[in-house]
Design a protein around this ligand. Structure first.
Ligand SMILES: Nc1ncnc2c1ncn2[C@@H]1O[C@H](COP(=O)(O)OP(=O)(O)OP(=O)(O)O)[C@@H](O)[C@H]1O
Ligand SMILES: [Mg+2]
Length: 279
């Protein structure tokens, strides 16, 4: 199981490894056998099929990147798993079937996601944002009671995502990268064990990307994590495996090397000069 072996002092601005271990280790046993399983997924918008015949299995400890050109259906797939759009087929997380459930119940089943644009409460402090996320797990009556101290899970999340020093500043003044970390922290305090992250490093500096990658690595070792990402250097550095989507379907799947050398993948990216970037 997880152990807190590191006694090194981390500088304040960096993500605290020991805190991450303590937080991520919580309930690890309970979720050890969790995995995302998608079968025959299909999403239609007024006759336009945005996702079709998608099968996808992602296990804990396999940091999965989901790539594909613009419009490939990556976000729609996440929307379907989290209940934001209607879909047919089947989606389950561990033993829980997700399709047809409300977004709220899907979140309660331990499924969390971020959006392409950060969606934190800008006027509230970092701590208040995390507290609200933690409150999403509590019954309404307990929310009304005065709570004397910051919950442990919130403290740990602050440390894990490296925002302890900024806990009392309004989220609106955070740098772009820090807002994404706050969102990931919010998923951690909600006890999400399946995290679906839509382009988390878009717009980040190189240093922020590196820190984010390390954070995702740690989270991915103990939770099921799917990352939609355009940046190839980031993908090469951090992906355990890659699923490539194109026109709503899964085009290829494998290690970074396997998909990069897959002729169908090369054709999709290199065949369209305006999208020569492996997105
Ligand atoms: N609500 C909607 N109504 C109609 N069409 C939609 C809707 N949402 C998405 N689409 C279409 O479905 C297709 C897949 O879109 P999606 O946003 O999932 O792509 P993506 O892979 O996330 O692309 P990007 O890399 O640009 O974020 C696109 O053709 C898009 O225009
Ligand atoms: Mg998208």
């Amino acid at each position: 199981m997880s152990e807190m072996s590191s006694t090194e002092q981390q500088p304040e601005t960096e993500i605290d490894l020991a805190a991450a271990e303590a937080l991520l280790g919580t309930d690890a046993d309970r979720f050890k056998h969790d995995y995302l399983e998608v079968r025959g997924l299909r999403v239609e918008f007024d006759g336009f099929v945005a996702v079709r015949d998608v099968d996808l299995t992602v296990t804990q400890g396999d940091l999965r990147f989901l790539i594909g050109p613009n419009g490939a259906g990556k976000t729609t797939l996440i929307d379907a798993v989290t209940g934001l759009v209607r879909a047919t087929g089947s989606v389950s997380f561990g033993r829980t079937a997700l399709l047809g459930r409300s977004t709220h119940r899907i979140a309660r089943a331990g499924v969390g996601r971020t959006f392409q644009t950060a969606s934190v409460f800008e006027e509230l402090t970092v701590l208040q944002n995390l507290d609200i996320a933690a409150g999403a797990r509590r019954a309404p009556l307990t929310l009304l009671r005065r709570r004397p101290a910051t919950p442990e899970a919130v403290e740990h999340a602050l440390e894990t995502v490296g925002l302890t020093a900024l806990r009392d500043v309004p989220a609106g003044v955070l740098a772009h990268g820090q807002k994404q970390w706050l969102e990931i922290g919010m998923l951690l305090v909600q006890d999400a064990h399946l995290l679906l992250l839509d382009e988390p490093v878009a717009g980040m500096t190189q240093a922020e990307r590196e820190e984010t990658g390390q954070l995702l690595r740690r989270i991915g070792s103990q939770r099921v994590v799917v990352v939609v990402e355009h940046d190839m250097e980031f993908l090469r550095s951090f992906a355990d495996s890659v699923t490539v989507m194109h026109q709503g379907r899964v085009l290829a799947e494998g290690t970074v090397n396997e998909v990069q050398n897959d002729p169908a993948v090369v054709e999709v990216y290199l065949g369209a000069p305006t999208q020569g970037d492996l997105a």
